[in-house]
Design a protein around this ligand. Sequence first.
Ligand code: ACO
Length: 323
Amino acid sequence: MIRSVVRGFGSSLPARVVTNQELESMVDTTDEWIVQRTGIRQRYLAGEGETTASLGEAAAREALDRAGLMIDDIDLIIVATSTPDNTFPATAVNIQHRLGMKHGVGFDLQAVCSGFVFALTTADAYIRTGLAKRVLVIGAETFSRILDWTDRTTCVLFGDGAGAIILEAVEGEGTIADRGVLTTKLRSDGSNKEKLYVDGGPSTTGTVGQLRMQGREVFKHAVGMITDVVEAAFEATGTTADDVDWLVPHQANIRIIDGSAKKLGIPLEKVVVTVDQHGNTSAASIPLALAVAAGDGRIKQGDLVLLEAMGGGFTWGAVLLRW
Ligand code: ACO
């Protein structure tokens, strides 16, 4: 059985760090409110010349270096983003060009904060069906560019950045002892659009628009959605929370992360948290967190890693993989 095994990882953050204290001078907020309600202490914001494609390219180059691969070794690039450089062409095609890739294919995938989980699932399907041998999966965002910087209820929550992993086809035994992606579970439901959306778009207003969120409403749905897909992933693989070495959740809010881990029965020592440093970077948050925890040696080869996310749409999903 072909498995999609992680061969390399990388990340990239903008140069500029913005602390909660700095935001106090921009909107009516306090460091204490932001830390208490969200766990966020700082975020990185893209400056001049830094875009979703430039951050994604830098993360991809790091992943290629770490994997010891050249861009010619990659068949497919999938970029999960809701903040593309242009409405079209796709950011993946832009990054393909920046990396000097003259063959193969790239496309974007849009599932907001669940984007990386959706992109991994798509990459895994390409690999398992033999359509691709090595896939570069990137989550890259510049949410700072779609925020309303006068709205304190949203602008304090988000940050910019990118993370990437390379998945490679490897023959496995077909058991959960295999390295690679073991199962993926995705869901979406469009009935709650008004709770989290961007109020513009090419086909409606002809503008980019700004992010609007009913935070408390999103919060109410989050833990239930996350635990549903994670439990489905456990059931599909015959695993339990006890088998998980690392939970790497989408980094939206420390209270959602803690609440989900508690409901799933995963101790907090096994949860990778970067929301304090990065804020919510949407589709970039999971690959950024993976790069931190694999980079500092916490996630090791053979570890069972659980990824989960929920976001605008609503979309939600989980991936269980052996590193
Ligand atoms: N600073 C100070 N006060 C604030 C701020 C701020 N930045 N923002 C809101 N407040 C005030 C509100 O005005 C409100 O005041 P009031 O009681 O006088 O009306 C009070 O704080 C409480 O507001 P709530 O919205 O009820 O606060 P809550 O505890 O729900 O926290 C938060 C808000 C952090 C947004 C939380 O609801 C949350 O994290 N929601 C989930 C967001 C999320 O996870 N999104 C993930 C998906 S993102 C994506 O897909 C793009």
